[in-house]
Design a protein around this ligand. Structure first.
Ligand code: PGA
Length: 249
């Protein structure tokens, strides 16, 4: 069975509610009839309820950009899986490099978050990727191996069937520099092997690419055999660019 392809907007801390509403009002008028592509919007927490309502019965789905790994308690400023579910959210980004490098998420914390997301029946979008020093010193595969095996350890492998992986080289995020087709092809091939070694249904997991995806590079990236979609930051803030990328998937 062909894997589902995904076009995911990671709006980060950019859109306020009126920006998001304006975007989605226009999005609803687009022809989104490709049954093989699922679109997911990941706005800020404060917009989840409103956007859930706006998406209504549309084919697009709702994701959060982060979650905490405890179910409730004295964790000022954090948000739980149950709270996300209450908004109508189905997906959660976990392990984004901005959280790993700037906001203190460790491999171990990412593991706990992934565990909680699975436990509470949300679907994870697990982000992994090497930084430039790791790539230049030939460590890419080792880093991907470490990130996946720590994140997924002790988690029921069948439950991980709902997981998406986003391969996002840190040096390509928001920089305008995209990984070359051969780098992406090689990393995605390695990721599938790492999933297999970890007992996960590697052929069933959709693996997305993220990092400066644009209208210009979307088609060639999409043609790489192991690429099942995109996690898009900057270009997802412009509806015409996002729609053009959707059409290239
Ligand atoms: P970018 O961000 O498309 O702006 O590089 C991607 C991401 O951070 O998920």
């Amino acid at each position: 069975m062909p894997r589902t392809r995904y076009c995911i907007a990671n709006w980060k801390m950019n859109f306020n509610l009126s920006d998001a509403e304006e975007f989605l009002a226009a999005w609803k008028n687009k022809d989104l009839n490709n049954p093989h592509i699922k679109t997911i919007f990941c706005p800020s927490f404060t917009e989840l309820f409103a956007i859930s309502e706006l998406l209504g019965t549309s084919s697009s789905e709702l994701g959060a950009q982060n979650v905490f790994y405890e179910s409730r308690g004295a964790f000022t400023g954090e948000i739980s899986c149950a709270m996300l579910k209450e908004t109508g959210c189905q997906w959660v980004i976990v392990g984004h490099s901005e959280r790993r490098t700037r906001l203190g998420d460790t491999d171990e914390m990412i593991h706990k978050k992934l565990h909680q997301i699975i436990l509470e029946d949300l679907c994870p979008i697990l982000c992994i990727g090497e930084n430039i020093d790791e790539r230049n010193s030939g460590q890419t595969a080792t880093v991907l191996e470490r990130q996946i095996s720590i994140a997924c350890k002790h988690i029921n492998k069948e439950k991980l069937n709902t997981m998406l992986i986003a391969y996002e080289p840190v040096w390509a995020i928001g920089t305008g520099t995209t990984a070359t087709s051969s780098m992406v092809g090689e990393a995605h091939y390695d990721i599938r092997n790492i999933l297999r070694t970890n007992g996960i249904n590697a052929d069933g997991v959709s693996i997305l690419y993220g990092g400066s995806v644009s209208v210009d590079n979307a088609e060639s990236l999409s043609n790489i055999s192991d690429v099942d979609g995109f996690l898009i930051g900057g270009a997802s803030l412009d509806i015409e660019k996002f729609y053009s990328i959707y059409n290239k998937l």
